[in-house]
Design a binder for this molecule. Structure first.
Ligand code: MG
Length: 246
């Protein structure tokens, strides 16, 4: 009886494999060697070899004023560090981008001034429309969807990864732009993953629309757009800004 049962199992397994279609394949049937994968090299905290270095500490040649794109960005550079010059307005990249990986380091002032949204506030606008908040949140509560790492007034970060004022933060931002059809109808929302100080704080967060200070997110039709850094009147500093097109 036992032999008969083994035989039956063997037959049934064979039938299953045949019906599953797997037995007709060899391992190499699902292995491919083209296209050749491009090599990107990295070294320490240097930008990857295929990155566009938007700020390396020397100049703002990649940037201009948002108010007037024919004018240069007036923010200050000292000892390789870029600092907001309050009152001069937001700055933007001269070039526009679609999907990208953006790396940026920022620091809020050691001298604490103001509270809530008035302390160490800046931001990074993706394609000029969608703000990832920069804020000194250390012992400084505010509305959670406006704290550091939030998609401003839409989604708070998954966790809080803030450091003390005067310490450098890093944002690694993976951004997928919204898509529109030929009638100007949005057919896919944009989305963003944000890694704040090596901690994931957004994981494929859908972007409902523009990040408004007052009112609901707006759906605007747009193509490629700039990276915009916000002048909110606070002395936020930046360094090591680079971007890889995806
Ligand atoms: Mg802001």
């Amino acid at each position: 009886m036992r032999t008969k049962s083994y035989f039956l199992t063997f037959i049934l397994t064979g039938l299953f494999l045949c019906s599953n279609g797997q037995t007709k394949y060899q391992p190499q049937d699902t292995e491919f060697y083209t296209p050749k994968i491009r090599t990107v090299s990295t070294s320490g905290n240097q930008a990857p070899s295929d990155a566009i270095v938007l700020f390396d500490g020397s100049d703002l040649s990649w940037w201009c004023s948002v108010i007037d794109s024919t004018k240069k960005a007036y923010w200050q550079i000292e000892n390789g560090i870029l600092q907001v010059k309050p009152g001069t307005g937001n700055i933007r990249t001269k070039e526009n981008f679609e999907d990208f990986q953006l790396y940026i380091e920022w620091k809020s002032p050691e001298v604490i001034k103001g509270e809530g949204q008035g302390r160490g506030n800046s931001g990074i606008f993706l394609q000029g429309h969608y703000e990832i908040q920069i804020l000194d949140n250390y012992n400084n509560p505010t509305y959670v969807n406006g704290q550091a790492g939030s998609l401003y007034k839409q989604q708070p970060p998954l966790v809080t990864a803030v450091k003390k004022p005067g310490e450098w933060h890093s944002y690694n931002i993976l951004y997928t732009a919204p898509r529109y059809n030929s009638d100007g109808i949005r057919i896919r929302k944009g989305s963003v993953t944000v890694i704040h100080n090596d901690v994931v704080v957004h994981y494929n967060t859908e972007i409902a629309g523009t990040t408004e200070y007052i009112g609901m997110p707006q759906v605007v039709v747009h193509g490629a757009g700039p990276i915009v850094l916000q002048d909110h009147g606070d002395l936020i500093q930046f360094r090591n800004i680079w971007l890889r097109k995806l």
